[in-house]
Design a protein around this ligand. Structure first.
Ligand code: T46
Length: 131
């Protein structure tokens, strides 16, 4: 499944703070954090789904568009604020594109990196979809 999460912002005039906390706004144990940055405007990344991995994507600077497909439903999400997260459960196809200048896409992941968890072939992904 996919889901937009709105994070509570703490503070105002003195600047803002957002806390990402397991059991509060992140509903899985975080085993890995990575971030994607300095992506050229014309570059499209992703093109895969995951067998088990759950993730929350947060664009902590700039903006990025994310096309997803889950159970035959396609969506486009624009992440353009540090207070918005995109939860991607397992079996979601994703493509990230239109990274703005200076965009930083931070990802919280439920598992350590494992290439065996990836499905990088679209036709294989479609075969595994639950109808
Ligand atoms: C995802 C989207 C949002 C590692 O060595 N360790 C890591 O933790 C990750 C995430 C990647 N890598 C290596 C594997 C590749 O050689 O970094 C290289 C680029 O990875 P990839 O082509 O999978 O990057 P994206 O941007 O297409 O996808 C990434 C994540 O891999 C993926 O899980 O959901 O960001």
């Amino acid at each position: 499944m996919i889901n937009i999460i709105e994070f509570n912002e703490i503070g105002k005039n003195e600047g803002k703070l957002i806390s990402l906390e397991v059991g509060v706004n992140i509903l899985f144990d975080i085993k890995r954090v990575y971030y994607i940055f300095e992506v050229p405007k014309s570059t499209r990344r992703g093109y895969h789904s995951h067998k088990q991995l759950k993730q929350v994507l947060v664009c902590i600077n700039g903006s990025v568009k994310i096309d997803t497909e889950y159970n035959n439903v396609k969506n486009t999400t624009i992440l353009d604020s540090a207070n918005k997260g995109l939860y991607l459960g397992s079996n979601v196809w994703r493509e990230m594109y239109d990274f703005s200048q200076g965009a930083v896409l931070m990802v919280l992941a439920s598992e350590i990196y494992d290439e065996k968890d990836y499905i990088r072939d679209y036709s294989e992904f479609k075969l595994k979809e639950v109808v």
